[in-house]
Design a protein around this ligand. Structure first.
Ligand code: UDP
Length: 329
C-alpha cells in the first residue's frame, strides 16, 4: 500500500513512519515543518514540504502519488496554547482538515486514520474511560479534535469516506534506536521536563497540584509508548483496507500512574535525585485519565508491547541524553 502520512516529521508521525517502513509499506510524507523536524523525516519515505491548508499543495500530492490511505497527524496539540489562541486551532486543525477532506474526496481517496485525543472527553464520567462515554472537551484543542471526528463522520455519510479516530492518552517514550524522539519547543510534557533535570537543563521539576483526590494527591495519567501508538495506526489502516466501518478507539495501557510515581521511576532509571517542587494546580487538568482500550484490542488486535513505565522512561532517556536540545544537535 502507498500511505500518505501528514505530519510525518512530528513526534508520533515520525515513529509511525518508522514502523510503516519497517513493515515494508511505501510511505509519502507531507509536513509544513512548523513543529515537525526535517531531521525526523525518514530517508526511506518520499517527502513533500507544504501545508494541508493549501489546496493546491495537497491536490498536487494526490496527483503525483497514487495514495491508498492517509494517516493524519498534521495538527496543533497543546492544551495551554489552545486556550490562549483558540483560532489558531480552528484554523490548522479544523480548516486544515476541511481542505484535506475536500481534496481526498476530489481524488477518490477514501480511507483516513487520524490522531484524536483523550481531551475529547473532558472531565471523565467514570474510569476507565470508554469510547461511548460523554464527550465534553474543556479546551479548544479537545474541541477541535472532536469536531474533526464529526467532520469525518458527515463527510463519510455524504461521500463514502471511512475513517478511524484514535484517541490517544499520554504519548511518551522514544524509538528504540534513540534516533528519533520527542522534541517540542517549548516543552510542556511531564516526562521530557523531568528528564531535563538529569540532563542539567533545569534544577527541578514542578508537580502541578498535590491536592487531587488520588492516592498521593497528584494527577493520574495513562502513559502509552509512542511505538505502541504507531503500531495502532498500522492496524487501523489494515482494518479500513479490509473493509472495516468508520470507528473510534481509545489508545492507552489501562493503567494509571501519578505524577509522583513518574518522577520516582525517572529517578530510578537515571540514578539522579531529580528534585521536585510542589506547585499549584495547572488549569484544566482532570484528576484522573485512564483509558479502556478493550475495543482497540478486540477489534484491531492491538497489543501494546512497551507498557511498563520503566521501559517507557528508559527509552525516553536514551533519546534525551543523546539529544539534549532535540534535533538541534
Ligand atoms: N505535570 C506536572 N509538571 C509538569 C508538567 C506536567 O506536574 O511540569 C503534570 C500535569 O499536571 C498532568 C501530568 O503531569 O497531570 C501530565 O501532563 P502532560 O502535560 O505531560 O500531559 P497531559 O496530561 O496534559 O496531556
Amino acid at each position: 500500500m502507498k500511505i500518505l502520512v501528514l505530519g510525518g516529521a512530528g513526534y508520533i508521525g515520525s515513529h509511525t513512519v518508522s514502523e510503516l517502513v519497517d513493515a515494508g509499506e511505501e510511505v509519502v510524507i507531507a509536513d509544513n515543518l512548523e513543529t515537525g523536524h526535517i531531521e525526523a523525516v525518514n530517508p526511506k519515505a518520499k517527502f513533500y514540504e507544504g501545508d494541508i491548508r493549501n489546496r493546491e499543495f495537497i491536490d498536487s500530492v494526490f496527483e503525483n502519488e497514487k495514495i491508498d490511505a492517509v494517516i493524519h497527524f498534521a495538527a496543533n496539540s497543546l492544551v495551554g496554547e489552545s486556550m490562549a489562541n483558540p483560532l489558531k486551532y480552528y484554523d490548522n486543525n479544523l480548516y486544515g482538515t476541511k481542505v484535506l477532506l475536500e481534496s481526498m474526496v476530489a481524488h477518490g481517496v477514501g480511507k483516513i486514520v487520524f490522531s484524536s485525543t483523550a481531551a475529547t472527553y473532558g472531565e471523565p464520567e467514570s474510569i476507565p474511560i470508554l469510547e461511548t462515554d460523554r464527550t465534553e472537551p474543556t479546551n479548544p484543542y479537545g474541541e477541535t479534535k472532536l469536531s474533526m471526528e464529526k467532520m469525518m463522520k458527515w463527510t463519510g455519510v455524504a461521500h463514502g469516506l471511512r475513517y478511524v479516530a484514535l484517541r490517544y492518552f499520554n504519548a511518551c517514550g522514544a524509538h528504540k534506536s534513540g534516533e528519533i524522539g520527542e522534541a517540542h519547543n517549548p516543552e510542556t510534557h511531564l516526562i521530557p521536563l523531568i528528564l531535563q533535570v538529569p540532563n542539567g537543563q533545569r534544577e527541578s521539576v514542578s508537580i502541578f497540584g498535590t491536592d487531587y483526590d488520588t492516592k498521593d494527591g497528584t494527577c493520574v495519567r495513562d502513559y502509552i509508548h509512542v511505538t505502541d501508538l504507531a503500531q495502532a495506526h498500522i492496524l487501523a489502516v489494515k482494518y479500513l483496507a479490509d473493509g472495516g466501518e468508520s470507528n473510534v478507539f481509545n489508545l492507552g495501557n489501562g493503567v494509571g500512574f501519578t505524577v509522583k510515581e513518574v518522577i520516582e521511576t525517572a529517578r530510578k532509571v537515571t540514578g539522579h535525585p531529580i528534585p521536585a517542587v510542589e506547585s499549584p494546580r495547572r488549569g484544566g487538568d482532570p484528576a484522573k485519565l485512564i483509558a479502556s482500550s478493550e475495543k482497540a484490542r478486540k477489534v484491531l488486535g492491538w497489543n501494546p508491547e512497551h507498557a511498563g513505565l520503566e521501559e517507557i522512561i528508559e527509552s525516553a532517556w536514551k533519546w534525551h541524553k543523546t539529544h539534549p536540545h532535540g534535533y538541534a544537535e
